[in-house]
Write a protein that binds this ligand. Structure first.
Ligand SMILES: CC(C)(COP(=O)(O)OP(=O)(O)OC[C@H]1O[C@@H](n2cnc3c(N)ncnc32)[C@H](O)[C@@H]1OP(=O)(O)O)[C@@H](O)C(=O)NCCC(=O)NCCS
Length: 162
């Protein structure tokens, strides 16, 4: 029988930072939401691949609120961790911060939840390691993620008309 592999959220925790440049923004210097969403997609993929060491695809991005404007010249930093893992799906929670380098200020800009699915060489969903819950925070986030997983399944089933 295959040994059940477990990995903790801390093993795949990731951060990325990027300076916002003119192509990232509109003519008034406000960064596009899509620029941030692309970074969220990237870091979600990094966390998921670090967890399962397999190819992954983005299945959904949800709950994205932009709470504070980001401008050209800001350093955008994303922090991401696994909340929940199903059989092949992995839910990643992402926090977004923007640093005004001249003013030495860091603003919490928003959070997002992104779900990625591990796929095999035929593009079919494939098993990922279980999540080892080490802290009270891990357990709380896992339970919340599980409830969202159930709600997602219900929504997807009703979309399919099944
Ligand atoms: C995501 C994808 C692989 C799921 O394949 P599927 O045949 O529908 O697979 P299943 O219904 O068996 O679901 C597999 C897992 O994905 C999850 N899932 C499927 N659709 C999902 C969605 N829209 N949001 C979140 N999770 C989703 C299921 O809950 C399931 O999780 P589990 O294995 O942990 O229980 C498939 O829909 C796909 O390839 N989508 C395109 C992804 C892509 O290309 N993204 C890049 C943007 S273009």
């Amino acid at each position: 029988m295959d040994k059940i592999i477990e990995k903790s959220p801390s093993e795949s925790y990731s951060e990325i930072s990027r300076l916002m440049l003119p192509p990232d923004a509109n003519p008034m210097g406000n960064v596009f939401g899509g620029t941030i969403l692309k970074m969220i997609d990237e870091i979600g993929g990094i966390v998921a691949v670090r967890h399962c060491r397999k190819n992954v695809v983005t299945a959904s991005i949800e709950h994205m609120d932009f709470l504070y404007p980001v401008h050209i010249g800001n350093l955008v930093k994303l922090k991401a961790r696994l909340n929940f893992v199903g059989r092949s799906s992995m839910e990643v929670g992402v926090e977004v911060y923007a640093e005004d380098l001249l003013k030495d200020e860091i603003h919490f800009t928003g959070r997002a939840i992104i779900t990625l699915v591990a796929i095999d060489e035929n593009g079919k969903p494939t098993d990922v390691p279980r999540l080892k819950l080490e802290t009270e925070e891990d357990k709380k986030l896992f339970e919340e993620g599980y409830q969202r997983y159930l709600a997602r399944k219900k929504r997807l089933n009703s979309n399919n008309g099944t």
